[in-house]
Design a protein around this ligand. Sequence first.
Ligand code: 475
Length: 832
Amino acid sequence: MSAADKVKPAASPASEDPSAIAGNISYHAQYSPHFSPLAFGPEQAFYATAESVRDHLLQRWNDTYLHFHKTDPKQTYYLSMEYLQGRALTNAVGNLAITGAYADALKKFGYELEAIAGQERDAALGNGGLGRLASCFLDSMATLNLPSWGYGLRYRYGLFKQRIAKEGQEEIAEDWLDKFSPWEIVRHDVVYPIRFFGHVEISPDGKRKWAGGEVLNALAYDVPIPGYKTKNAISLRLWDATATAEDFNLFQFNDGQYESAAQLHSRAQQICAVLYPGDATEEGKLLRLKQQYFLCSASLQDIIFRFKERKADRVSGKWSEFPSKVAVQMNDTHPTLAIPELMRLLMDVEGLGWDEAWAVTNKTVAYTNHTVLPEALEKWSQAVMKKLLPRHMEIIEEIDKRFREMVISTRKDMEGKIESMRVLDNNPEKPVVRMANLCVVAGHTVNGVAELHSNILKQELFADYVSIWPNKFQNKTNGITPRRWLRFCNPELSEIVTKWLKTDQWTSNLDLLTGLRKFADDEKLHAEWAAAKLASKKRLAKHVLDVTGVTIDPDSLFDIQIKRIHEYKRQLMNILGAVYRYKKLKEMSAADRQKVTPRTVMVGGKAFATYTNAKRIVKLVNDVGAVVNNDADVNKYLKVVFIPNYNVSVAEVLIPGSELSQHISTAGMEASGTSNMKFSLNGCVIIGTLDGANVEIREEVGQDNFFLFGAKADQVAGLRKDRENGLFKPDPRFEEAKQFIRSGAFGTYDYTPLLDSLEGNTGFGRGDYFLVGYDFPSYIDAQARVDEAYKDKKKWVKMSILNTAGSGKFSSDRTIDQYAKEIWGISACPVP
Ligand code: 475
């Protein structure tokens, strides 16, 4: 049956009346010609509903654009190669406060809103924490009415879909645009030329200019981002690469040379084909650099266009005004090319001199660091850079030269440090540009993402710069949006919170959650809290059954670790712990087993396609699960499940249903973590190390409500040295767990290389670099404390309540408010 058979179509702008909304949905089903008008299945219902909601968004988005144009406030532009948006429908109707109206409207067609929302594909234009942080930030920027936009790339295929096969993880292209995205608006009026390769021309008056090479176009797609209960909607502008008709060689085509006729078109397609193309080859590296430049150049041309558009007289200059109207935030070093690109546009296109251009650039750009892992600090080959971006390389060389001169002339005492602080590393074997150094030298502010991480930046990674620019360095502890990560993903718990706080204002003022503390021992609250958790656990159990076929018991302790698979995050320690638990259960008498706290250990996450040890870890979790879950002696007390294809919408099911969550990285290595905040907010207790934001979470929720173990960050270097010097004595339990795997208890796959990475000096020559062996005994002891605590239901529910109550600090509204005041210098600009 078609939508029109059920509800009369109406083009009227959507209102908040369910009948009018139903008419509007029916209208979109009929007149947005994506599907046959005869059928109205759940998929069609999703697209028609989304288009109807988009009408609301567009109204706000247009109003906001005009309001910003008229009032001309200072505006922030967030440059990020990644956004992990996930699904948008539930969030959009929630933020617009029209969830009930849309739920009622859909009932007229016989549909539940939740089921229709489940039809949407995740927009996974990011890898992990950094990308999801960018998405939480957009939600907070809109909610706080801040004049700010995000810029990114419109990848054709997002983060790969993960399938678990016999050999382990398989990657499949994630086709989020398979049909189309109802949320994006293609902007044929917003197009900028982007040049690659070519050469630098010098005119008779000595002016330098980039010319030649090939020129593609950047075409804008706008995704409106609604704030929570505000009229403001901001923009996430995603760039796609295109070539023009002029680039199509009709002569060659008619001559049968089809491929060479459309060469530039196919090169344009490559730019935004995939998120993070493999960079093991030179081609892969070049493509990644092209992507980065494409984002930076298109965004800066657009920013300059808008700067001029908002006041007619800016066409003729007033560049010193630019930093009072524009703030550019670089999300890690991936958009570092914004620095030389802004310099180039100001000097070569707008005609400024170096000093003037440098002053403007320096006052405009700021840099957030998200990692201290040496292998994750970007370095680009000078040769590749020279070939692809010859004019930018000149500018970078000049920045490097001037920085050296400045240090030599003003800081004699720092001379010995210059080589490591320089932007260029001229090591003859492999000359590179150090992108983080460029960001520190050129930006006005550098920030880390949690207290501990920011201190490590100041004391270690960037210590030398601190002595030159003591005021450049800041901390901005990460946050998460309480809308998506409690209000919308956990409606049961949200209702309880609202009921006990007697207000739902916590949704945009998360500090109000502390008001729950005074009810932490209230038996009525305990009963409601436990019932909500059980409902979420059942939903989680259904998801697990659907995607893995494994039945798990909602009365067991749900213990979850979900995040990218990485050795520093130590999923391997988790699974060794599960193996040890399994072995002890096997050795126990049946009577003793009955005293054990039943547990379901769940692990989820994607391994980078070429990261061999991470893929081995995925395989090991699956292999351990296959044995344990089918062992009738013990599977009442332990299940081990690998959750495939972890993504934002899976997180929205898993986090509310978890009770214990693992954040167990080697201290000093996880810059912040943000899922730790989501778990804690949803009343889940953390077992973790003193790393990243765990430190601050533990402070906020109280040390009794956090299971702490492991070495501290300042011990790690010494422990590694001891280990190298043969001073490490492994705990017998650690040896036992490894030996059990080596014995073949979990199948015939060869885990030797993985386990060897935990031994002496064999792990890539750095022997258990992540200190699994050192932390294992205290981890096992902490897990034993968890088992005991869980037996006391009252105690556990209280810990759970106090975790939620102590999570107020971790709202991204707080984080963004601090960025706005302390880095960007922008203020709210609400649409009247
Ligand atoms: C940290 N991703 C978390 C989170 O601040 C932190 C790196 C290279 C290329 C592509 N993506 C990346 C990251 O570095 C990343 O996700 N970093 C994470 O940023 C937000 O909470 O501790 O590991």
